[in-house]
Every structure is written in C-alpha cells, then in structure tokens.
Design a protein. Sequence first.
Length: 138
Amino acid sequence: MSGSLGQTAPPAAPPSPAGASANPGQPPFGSSPVSQPTPNRGMEAAGLSRLAVVVRLLEQIVPLLGVASEPGKDVIKSLNALAKHVPQGSVPPGVQQSTLQSLMQQNQQMQPQIAAIRAMQGGAQPPGGGAMPPSAAQ
C-alpha cells in the first residue's frame, strides 16, 4: 500500500441490489412515473352531477319527514354536509336533467335482475313490479 502511515482506505460500500438507488432518499431508478397521476375531471364532474341530484331529492324529503323528526334531522345534517360541494347553480339544470334521465334508464334496465333476485329470496313483488306472472309468460 502506498500512502502515509496510519491512514487506511475507506471501506468499500457493499454492492447495492439491482435497481437500488445510490441516494438513500430517492426511489430506485425507473420506479417512479414520469408524471404524477391526475384526477379524472370527467368522472369528478359526473359524480358532482349525481350528487346535485341527490341533494335536490333530499331537499324534497325534508318536508315529508318534518324537520323535528329524527330522520328529518339526519337528512338536514346530510344536506348541510353535501350541499357545500354542489352550491346552487354549480351544476347546470340540463346536466342535472340528463343525469336524472340516465339514472332512471339504468334503473329500468336493472328491473329484471332485481325481480329475479327478489324471486330467489322469496320476496314479494311490489305492485306493478317489473316481472310478468309465470302464467302470462307462456
């Protein structure tokens, strides 16, 4: 060894596993995406539109239940929490209308499945409910 007496070479760093970073505070190379994920604004807008419909429905429920009843108080509490996310006019009426139509159409499409589930569970059909009686199906 050349060099002055009393000095030793620093110990060699142990070999790092494949993909490990030389800098301890950074993730291994290639493990982080080039860009961070961004929220899907279309999904968020659709969710807010549906939330606006729910808020309007809850507003219509309050007078039916009464503000002094326990369910009425809970509906008002829910309204206070939800309405701040969809202030009046933040979702255009046309968007609310199309959202409501879409939900109604989805409900109509699901009626046969709901009726089948109720039949398997032995539940009674509501009056005017979706399925035909077995004698009429033949």
